[in-house]
Design a protein around this ligand. Structure first.
Ligand SMILES: [Zn+2]
Length: 553
């Protein structure tokens, strides 16, 4: 895939010209054609930026792409003003009814949100934020942890923090958290600056604080902090007690008197690990998707034939995993990951592939119909983790049942953690005056509410409330995290459903994938037979079924 730097000054001129044309459009077809042209123009810029981003992530020491990435960090915000101006014209287009017919109501609501949440004065602040989050990512990707004569980064260390041998885990955590402590002063400064910059942006709009703007920037077009709060309260009531029971159950299974934070494994032998090489995992994925449905077969064949995976862990690669897509190539999905010999490797083939699958089945849509919110996108991925369970033997051999159990337990215990990350950010942005120490204190308070069973022993980094500083989303994508919790709830609903009637659950899932962003979140869920998680009692049935499944009620 050829790469060339996007000339943002030229892009801006072209976008402004199209905006002018749209303003003067004399009939609905002409307006429609101009929108398609604009999509193509912006899609190309987006493709170049994404290729650069990918090539930087797969080797953070590559100087060429590091420079290009720095260029985009600077240049990308300079288009924002012209982009908002375009949206304003499109939003107010006299042929809007026709365009809504073509593109659906969601993108127009999103335009409204983009218009109200942006001012040109914000551009230099975005640039500073980009530089800070890039620095944060780099800081955590550096191979600075000495392990048996080698220098490893955090991502590669996770193999040892989940080792079956308790002493190894303990030692690995000590090394990891000593590293985190050593960078904590800078992590504190970076976050402090980010909070202040984001608050300053919110003030520019006349908002009380960053919370509302954070929701706007996540394109929350369908719910606000009040709804999310109802959900978190349901989680405290229903899921926290279940998570505590799971914790206790795991302790018994492990035959340990007391669980500490470093007891990360699910079984005495450790946690089920995939048995194959990365190549074998990919091959098993191919076979699995071929059997699951005709749609998934076509999708996975396309991914492998076009080399759209970069999943092997390497020292200079950025941490984490994601799926993105390339507009110029018919929105071909691309999957980035760091295989490290743990369950995560398989979750790349299930979770990230779930995102990619949804992107694949809707790739011929107008991009306006695919402006899905993350609470919806994560349903596609997290549910795929459950839909693929019948094939787990291919990856875990005789440990298949163990994997299925630990996956389900993990899905449940994740929700309180995710809600804690979310409530933390509400507190942080409602109190931008907090010092880093005060923020960390708030985190510790929340730990007691959401994870009362956790014991951090004498670990200095965790006991000073620093655990969240490894959570990239808190730095890079404020308020993103609750989306995982909302989606995990729906995925658990699918889990309960598929055990009763797999086919019906799959049909509902496929329908939801295809609905994409043709309608709003809380309207689409009931259309495919799912509950909306903002209502009191929304978790009752799922928690009941899952508790039974786990033998915990
Ligand atoms: Zn995801």
């Amino acid at each position: 895939m050829p790469y060339e730097r996007v000339d943002y000054a030229a892009l801006k001129t072209e976008l402004e010209a199209l905006t002018e044309q749209l303003k003067k459009a004399s009939d609905k077809e002409e307006a429609f054609e101009i929108v398609l042209k604009t999509d193509k123009l912006m899609g190309h810029a987006n493709t170049m930026g994404t290729i650069c981003h990918i090539r930087h992530d797969i080797d953070t020491t590559d100087e060429f792409y590091a420079k290009e990435k720095a260029y985009y960090d600077e240049a990308r915000p300079t288009i924002e003003e012209a982009s908002v101006a375009y949206k304003e014209v499109l939003y107010n287009c006299p042929f809007r009814d026709y365009l809504v017919e073509k593109f659906g109501p969601v993108c127009f609501k999103n335009m409204e949100i983009s218009m109200r949440s942006f001012k040109p004065e914000m551009v230099p602040m975005f640039q500073k934020e980009n530089a800070l989050t890039t620095e944060y990512g780099k800081l955590l990707a550096e191979p600075k942890i000495e392990w048996e004569g080698e220098m490893l980064n955090l991502s590669l260390m996770s193999k040892y923090t989940t080792d079956p041998d308790r002493e190894v885990r303990k030692k690995a955590f000590a090394k990891v958290n000593a590293f985190m402590l050593s960078v904590q002063p800078r992590l504190d400064e970076i976050y402090d600056e980010l909070v202040k910059l984001r608050t300053e942006r919110a003030k520019l709009l006349g908002y009380d604080n960053y919370v509302k703007l954070g929701y706007d920037e996540m394109w929350r077009n369908d719910y606000g902090p009040e709804e999310v709060k109802v959900f978190r309260e349901e989680v405290k009531k229903k899921i926290v007690p279940l998570a505590t029971k799971i914790h206790e159950n795991r302790r018994k299974r492990l035959g340990i008197d007391h669980l500490y934070f470093y007891d990360t494994t699910d079984f005495a032998y450790g946690s089920p690990r995939p048995t194959g090489t990365p190549e074998e995992i990919l091959a098993a994925g191919k076979q699995m998707y071929a059997e699951l449905s005709p749609e998934t077969k076509e999708f996975f064949d396309f991914m492998t034939e076009n080399e759209l995976f970069d999943v092997l862990g390497r020292k200079t690669k950025r941490g984490g995993g994601y799926m993105t897509s390339l507009p110029d190539y018919d929105f071909a999905p691309f999957i980035f990951a760091n295989f490290n010999g743990t369950q995560h490797d398989v979750e790349v083939i299930t979770h990230e592939a779930g995102h990619a699958f949804q992107g694949y089945v809707t790739r011929k849509n107008y991009p306006e119909l695919n402006e899905i919110g993350m609470e919806t996108a994560e349903i596609h991925s997290m549910s795929m983790e459950f839909f693929t369970e019948p094939w787990m033997e291919k990856f875990f051999a005789d440990k298949k049942d163990d994997y299925v159990l630990s996956h389900l337990e993990g899905a449940v215990t994740f929700i309180p953690y995710g809600c804690m990350v979310d409530e933390f950010q509400h507190i942080v942005y409602e109190h931008p005056e907090f010092t880093p120490e005060e923020r960390r204190k708030e985190w510790l308070k929340l730990e007691k509410v959401y994870r009362p069973h956790m014991d951090y022993a004498d670990d200095e980094f965790y006991n000073n409330g620093g655990l969240w500083q490894r959570q990239q989303h808190i730095y890079n994508s404020p308020f993103y995290y609750i989306d995982y919790c909302l989606a995990q709830t729906v995925a658990l609903e699918y889990k309960a459903w598929m055990d009763e009637d797999y086919k019906a659950a799959w049909d509902s899932y496929l329908k939801l994938c295809k609905l994409s962003a043709s309608d709003f979140y809380s309207k689409m869920l009931p259309k495919v037979g799912l509950k909306v998680p903002f209502e009191k009692g929304c978790l009752d049935k799922t928690v009941e079924v899952i508790s039974k499944k786990l033998g915990l009620c």
